[in-house]
Design a protein around this ligand. Structure first.
Ligand code: PLP
Length: 423
């Protein structure tokens, strides 16, 4: 009875703002129990009362779950919520951000194809691209993904452009609208990794991006308690089997072509599904994304201003007036710069001293936590990269990456001030 009341109360449709959407858009609690959060369906298989019914599920003639590698109610609830927040037609949840990057790209490509990407990508993605060369896939790096650089680099074999919306850790910002236009003129999709931007800063699909990826291990989860990723299909790209022969059996699905190919192809067969437990944690995390990001962006800007006013330290942060992406940040990101700062301390010794003197910031290779995190990328994340690869990613021996948390800003500022005094 209670759950009937619950279901009826939520049946109206209103135009929602962002924080309301995070809680209510495309989400109605658990239809079977009225539970306000979808419970963890910690089961790998789902039973049916007849062979006929299971046959219907397998042949897509009836809705239902069969096996968790393919779908599961907890995972599906998360997929629906993130897809509707990003404005996509569907989402596919993955075991990690790297799985999301891998399958988002491999869904489009075959041997002999080329991808254009910026040199300032997340280190793991650069290593993945190196691995893909064994499968005949080439990556053409440009110093940053812009309309001009894509126009110049594009060739007959280019089948996708891949960019990080706010690159981690270089922090260059992609003009999605301008780049998407050039991609579409050339019949290729724009795939963006929006991990550091989050839907709080931007909905890339509205600006023309075709596929959006998140490492949901970061801001979407928010508390660093699960590794996972997600691929969201905007549904707007016009797939053409002449340009992308791998789509020949899927163009019949129209706007669902990419999504259908992903679900029924490599993603399903390689098995990188999200765990139901991670999906549950991500759904809970997603609900507070808006208020966390609001606080994180405010904190990050204030910390960036403090560091910028310190002699011997330089700061890269897109929302600072001195930053080359300031105008784009105002226009495209609502003036918000996200939670990551890149700082140059003057020398490796000074960088280590600053890091070691901080009392609250955790020294760790992660971003997007509620806690402030710091790392010296040169000696950690980029330890296996060449100097050129590192510098292309905006990393030098004195670089510190800071992922700003939701602590009280007075405490963060006081902590950095006392650490700076020790230099
Ligand atoms: C962390 C990260 C990834 C990889 O995600 P995992 O969940 O660690 O596999 C990909 N892209 C960006 C921008 C990231 O920050």
């Amino acid at each position: 009875m209670f759950f009937l009341l619950f279901r009826i109360r939520k049946s109206g449709v209103l135009c929602m703002k962002f924080n309301t959407e995070l809680l209510h858009k495309n989400f109605n609690g658990d239809p079977h129990s009225g539970a306000t959060v979808t419970p963890i369906y910690q089961s790998n298989a789902f039973g049916y009362e007849s062979a006929e019914n299971l046959e219907k599920v397998f042949s897509n003639k009836a809705a239902g779950f069969a096996y968790t590698r393919i779908s599961n109610p907890t995972i599906e609830a998360f997929e629906r919520r993130i897809a509707s927040i990003e404005g996509g037609i569907g989402a596919v949840a993955c075991a990690s951000g790297m799985a999301a990057v891998s399958f988002a790209i491999m869904n489009v490509l075959e041997s002999g194809d080329e991808v254009i990407a910026s040199a300032g990508l997340f280190g793991g993605t650069i290593e993945l691209f190196r691995d893909l060369s064994a499968f005949g896939i080439k990556v053409k790096y440009v110093s940053s993904v812009t309309a001009e650089s894509v126009r110049e680099a594009v060739s007959e074999n280019t089948k996708a452009v891949f960019a990080e919306l706010i690159a981690n850790p270089k922090l260059d910002v992609v003009d999605v609208k301008a780049v998407a236009e050039v991609c579409h003129e050339n019949g290729i999709p724009l795939i963006v990794d929006s991990t550091t931007a989050t839907p709080y800063l931007i909905r890339p699909i509205q600006l023309g991006a075709d596929i959006v990826i998140h490492s949901s291990s970061k801001y979407i989860n928010g508390s660093s308690n699960a590794i996972s990723g997600v691929i969201i299909d905007g549904g707007n790209f016009k797939w053409n089997a002449k340009k992308h022969p791998v789509f020949k059996d899927y163009t019949k699905y129209g706007k669902f072509a990419y999504y259908a190919k992903l679900r029924n192809g490599l993603w399903r067969n390689c098995g990188p599904c999200m765990s139901p437990f991670s999906a549950f944690l991500n759904s809970v995390g997603l609900e507070t994304l808006g208020i966390r990001m609001e606080r994180i962006c405010d904190n990050a800007l204030q910390l960036a201003e403090l560091l910028e006013s310190t002699d011997g330290i330089t700061v890269t942060y897109p929302a600072l007036k001195s930053n080359e992406y300031y105008d784009l940040c105002q226009k495209q990101l609502n003036g918000k710069g996200g939670g990551i700062l890149s700082v140059r301390a003057g020398s490796k010794e000074r960088a280590f001293k600053l890091i070691n003197s901080l009392k609250y910031a955790v020294i760790t290779s992660n971003i997007g936590d509620v806690r402030t995190l710091v790392i010296h990328p040169e000696s950690t994340i980029y330890i296996h990269s060449t100097t050129e690869e590192m510098n292309n990613a905006g990393v030098y021996d004195d670089t510190i990456r800071i992922s700003v948390g939701i602590e009280d800003i007075d405490d963060i500022l006081a902590d950095f001030k006392q650490a700076i005094e020790k230099l």
